[in-house]
Design a protein around this ligand. Structure first.
Ligand code: TXA
Ligand code: MG
Length: 330
């Protein structure tokens, strides 16, 4: 299959018109969101959704997030939305958060892998919103990478993974956030965080009064979190912000394999003379994380030593521990 790329920043009309037409025809389309690029299909059409699983090589028991153009569409896909859920949706949507709600029958069963719940997200990215409005459909979309690879934060990442497998990639430039949405189950009295993200537990607690940090960083609750995720081709080893770990990391650098240290800008000096890929300020690491992992692969590094700091936050920690070579148990 030929893969066409349209630059939405030049011609949003053409990009979203073409994308919407393909979605309505039951095809799959790569599109930008503010978190990461998504691989979308009509969530009401089981055959279309099946193409997502095939293109990504995604396990059949890992459900997809359904994307909507606006809050006015919520009742077409979800039911029994509680007052707490409503408050959270009002506070954070559109944005980088997915809400687990009770699903309506209309959603194709392979979107939710047979569950009676569905994850719903209303993206704020203007290209995504335009595409969803034009398609006038709920769009199921996981991240647009081959399963297990880091999520794409540039169209070229999606192209590397899915070229020849999708008819269209809409290029919307670099994703503003760079990490997947927070996933929060809002069916019960207390919201439960299944995957940490930009919207934090504290943000949710402020609105709902309570929050359950269900996943801590390692526990398995969301079906997708049990899979090894986010991993580049190089072997990743995570180290922590202590003097001893820093020495260990420097010693490991001379393993005989082509090795690079990934660390925040703040540690640039510590690693003078080493190969490094810098992640910007430690508090902004999420923006660069996936790009840095893919850049390391592109530069043929065999080993990535990742220097993890508390300031990078829970979401970065969650993702990078899943990429760790020793991480089958993570
Ligand atoms: O930012 C994002 O969330 C991106 C963009 C494209 O929207 N999407 C994304 O999708 O990261 P994906 O498929 O890579 O991750 C979806 C996560 C998985 O961990 C999945 O198991 C969980 O959401 N999930 C989906 N439906 C669920 C459900 N009904 N119950 C529990 N977890 C669910
Ligand atoms: Mg994913």
């Amino acid at each position: 299959m030929d893969t066409k790329v349209i630059f939405a920043l030049k011609d949003m009309d053409e990009a979203t018109k073409e994308g919407a037409k393909l979605l309505q025809m039951g095809e799959i389309v790569v599109f930008p969101t503010e978190t990461v690029y998504g691989l979308g299909a009509n969530a009401l059409n089981e055959n279309a959704v099946a193409k997502i699983f095939t293109a990504k090589g995604r396990p059949q028991d890992n459900p997809l997030i359904v994307h909507l153009s606006g809050k006015d569409k919520l009742n077409t896909v979800a039911k029994d939305i509680s007052p707490t859920a409503k408050k959270l949706i009002d506070a954070f949507a559109p944005g980088a958060i997915s809400f687990i709600l009770n699903k309506k029958e209309e959603i194709a069963s392979n979107v939710t892998c047979g569950l009676d719940s569905v994850a719903i997200r209303i993206p704020s990215n203007i290209i995504a919103k335009n595409l969803l409005l034009r398609a006038n459909l709920p769009v199921a979309a996981p991240s647009a990478n081959i399963s297990g690879r880091p999520s794409p934060t540039l169209a070229k990442h999606a192209y590397e993974d899915l070229c020849g497998k999708v008819p269209l990639i809409i290029d919307g430039g670099r994703c503003d956030i760079g990490l997947e949405s927070t996933v929060v189950d809002v069916r019960g009295d207390v919201p439960v965080i299944l995957r940490p993200g930009k919207v934090t537990a504290q943000d949710i607690e402020k609105i709902a009064g309570k929050v359950d940090i269900g996943s801590k960083t390692k526990e398995i609750i969301s079906p997708g979190t049990k899979y090894k995720h986010y991993a580049p081709k190089a072997d990743v080893f995570v180290f922590y912000e202590t003097k001893k770990e820093l020495e260990k990391l420097k010693a490991m650098y001379y393993s005989g394999k082509k090795t690079v240290v990934l660390c925040s800008q703040d540690y640039k000096k510590e690693f003078e003379g080493y190969n490094t890929i810098l992640l910007g300020e430690s508090t902004e690491a999420e923006y660069s994380l996936y790009k840095a992992l893919r850049d390391a692969d592109e530069q043929n590094y065999q080993v990535i030593l990742f220097y993890l700091q508390d300031a990078m936050g829970v979401a970065v920690e969650n993702r990078i521990l899943k990429a760790d070579k020793r991480g089958e148990k993570n």
